[in-house]
Design a protein around this ligand. Structure first.
Ligand code: ADP
Ligand code: MG
Length: 198
């Protein structure tokens, strides 16, 4: 078996940019290379059932849901050569030391996640993971408004752009996320109260 040295690869971009698709593509190739693969995702991501990664285009790969980054270290088995982590932005900061420890052990670690939140701000541990990585691929989606390349995620609440300070959970509101280019990404800065009075 070909030796693959430890390394960290990050796949970053907005929603719909193909991060999970790209992660699955790399894992399929690692399978062909007869690597021993383990895949993890945060258990709060329940969009497509808990035991799988699933891309918006329909491809799937088995994954183990974990509540905290530290659990990944406990669960990685002897002989595993490739560890993949999807939706890394949702993990606590410990994910950065977990990823480093795995790569130091000689494991190829492939991490996918949103680099920015709906406000365009750095998302959780992603900036540190990007700096730690040997390889970073920043990929874009397609802007829903104009068809240009889209590096950002637009959050819409009841059809209107979410404000910078809107709470993460709004009970009773319909929420939608879209990929947008810089020009069409809107994050109004005034408060929720002011918006309601408009
Ligand atoms: P991510 O994990 O980054 O959210 P996925 O890998 O789940 O992305 O999905 C990527 C797929 O989503 C694309 O191949 C395409 O079929 C679909 N898609 C839907 N909306 C868009 C969009 N606005 N831009 C690009 N792809 C989109
Ligand atoms: Mg994804």
């Amino acid at each position: 078996m070909k030796h693959i040295s430890g390394r960290v690869e990050v796949i970053a971009g907005p929603m719909f940019s193909g991060k999970t698709e790209e992660l699955i593509r790399r894992l399929r190739r690692a399978e062909i290379a007869r690597q021993k693969i383990q895949v993890f995702k945060p258990s709060l991501d329940k969009r497509y059932g808990t035991e799988k990664l699933a891309s918006h285009a329909g491809s799937e790969f088995e994954a183990t849901p974990v509540d905290e980054a530290g659990e990944i270290l406990d669960q990685v088995e002897e002989g595993t050569t490739v560890v993949a982590i999807d939706e890394a932005q949702f993990f606590d900061d410990e994910i950065t030391s977990v990823v480093q420890a795995l790569a130091d052990r000689g494991i190829r670690v492939i991490v996918a996640g949103l680099d920015t939140d709906f406000r365009g701000e750095p998302f959780g541990p992603m900036p540190v993971l990007i700096v730690q990585a040997e390889q970073v691929d920043k990929i874009h989606a397609i802007c829903i408004v104009c068809g240009d390349s889209a590096p950002r995620t637009q959050r819409l609440i009841d059809g209107k752009p979410a404000h910078f300070n809107d709470p993460i959970v709004i009970v009773g509101a319909s929420e939608l996320y879209e990929a947008r280019c810089r020009d069409h990404h809107e994050v109004p800065r005034d408060t929720t109260e002011e918006r309601d009075n408009h």
